[in-house]
Write a protein that binds this ligand. Structure first.
Ligand SMILES: [Fe+2]
Length: 326
């Protein structure tokens, strides 16, 4: 399907992705991974929840880890520009017959809880508690030195339909992968904040969260993380990379948390804020699409992901196969 023209005047103004809630089965094991290994900063914790932020972030949290019986994803959070945008968002989701609920969330002001048409739990807010800057408190830097949350990547059973919906609410396509045979979109990268993406969609059993990514200062921080993980009991948690993506041109590494939630460490994509930026098209059969250096991703990368609480998954009708490492 052709990529839709960007919607430059969407019904409400999303600034950026903001936070994710991960349900985890062993909070202490997750703390060891996210805090002691990746280097995220604890902003609040008790025996049921841990709130984390990255080094450049002023908002109270970008990840909430919640002790649960089942590992899944509670919600994906997005920050809106101003208070009237929240009401406009509520109006938009109601007009699409999607759930609209105002919820109380710790550390956040008015919060609109809804789902996309495939059941992905979403929340939108304007105000979150603001914390003092720590980006120059270098004694606090640890692990991979995560600076900020960068994007969510989701499995979708119909990427063209996901692109159409998220395009309607103002996300703009920067790059996409087409299946040459059917002409359908196999994957797409869409942004609000002026990087390559805030959200991406990948063909497959969906909806599921494929990964959450964190921006780091340099590729060398990724090498440091690999040295750390490989000598502290996390060697089996290293899934793919390091490498440079063809799509996005970013340097990357994929790791899995103790429950299998996938985290990408991401560095150096490019600016995309021009409203007339032309989306870059890739072929599914191009080996440089995944990794500029030609290395294919493992099968787990195409098949495994985290389910969303309360969302039923279904397989994609598009069976076109990506290149998978032997
Ligand atoms: Fe990614």
């Amino acid at each position: 399907m052709p990529i839709p023209a960007p919607n430059l005047y969407p019904p409400f103004n999303i600034v950026r992705l903001s936070h994710v809630e991960y349900m985890v089965t062993d909070l202490a094991a997750s703390r060891a991974f996210y805090v002691d290994t990746l280097g995220l900063q604890v902003t609040q914790e008790d025996d049921q929840r841990i709130y984390l932020r990255a080094m450049e972030e002023r908002g109270h949290h970008c990840i909430v880890l919640v002790q649960a019986d089942k590992a899944e994803v509670g919600v994906l959070g997005f920050k809106l520009f101003d208070d009237p945008d929240l009401d406009k968002a509520a109006e938009f989701f109601a007009s699409r017959d999607l759930p609209v609920e105002w919820v109380d969330r710790p550390h956040m002001g008015r919060c609109l809880r809804t789902r996309d048409p495939w059941g992905i739990p979403l929340e939108f807010y304007v105000k979150m508690d603001r914390l003092e800057p720590i980006h120059q408190k270098y004694k606090l830097y640890n692990g991979v030195k995560p600076l900020r949350i960068d994007h969510f990547n989701m499995f979708s059973a119909d990427v063209d339909a996901s692109v159409a919906f998220y395009n309607d609410i103002g996300f703009r396509v920067t790059e996409y992968t087409a299946d040459d045979e059917s002409g359908k979109t196999w994957a797409a990268w869409m942004h609000r904040k002026g990087g390559v993406h805030d959200v991406a969609f990948t063909n497959g059993l969906g909806p599921r969260l494929h990964h959450t990514a964190f921006w780091v200062p340099t590729p060398l921080n990724i090498i440091d993380l690999l040295d750390l993980m490989s000598t502290t009991g996390y060697i089996d948690n290293i899934e793919r990379g390091p490498g440079r993506h063809g799509i996005s041109n970013a340097f990357f590494l994929y790791v899995r948390d103790p429950d299998g939630h996938r985290i990408e460490i991401y560095c150096s994509d490019y600016q995309t804020c021009d409203p007339d930026l032309e989306p870059i098209k890739w072929s599914l059969t191009d080996p440089q699409r995944q990794t500029l250096w030609g290395a294919a991703a493992p099968r787990s990368w195409f098949e495994e992901g985290s389910t969303f609480a309360g969302a039923e998954t279904k397989p994609s009708a598009l069976t076109a196969q990506p290149i998978i490492a032997p």
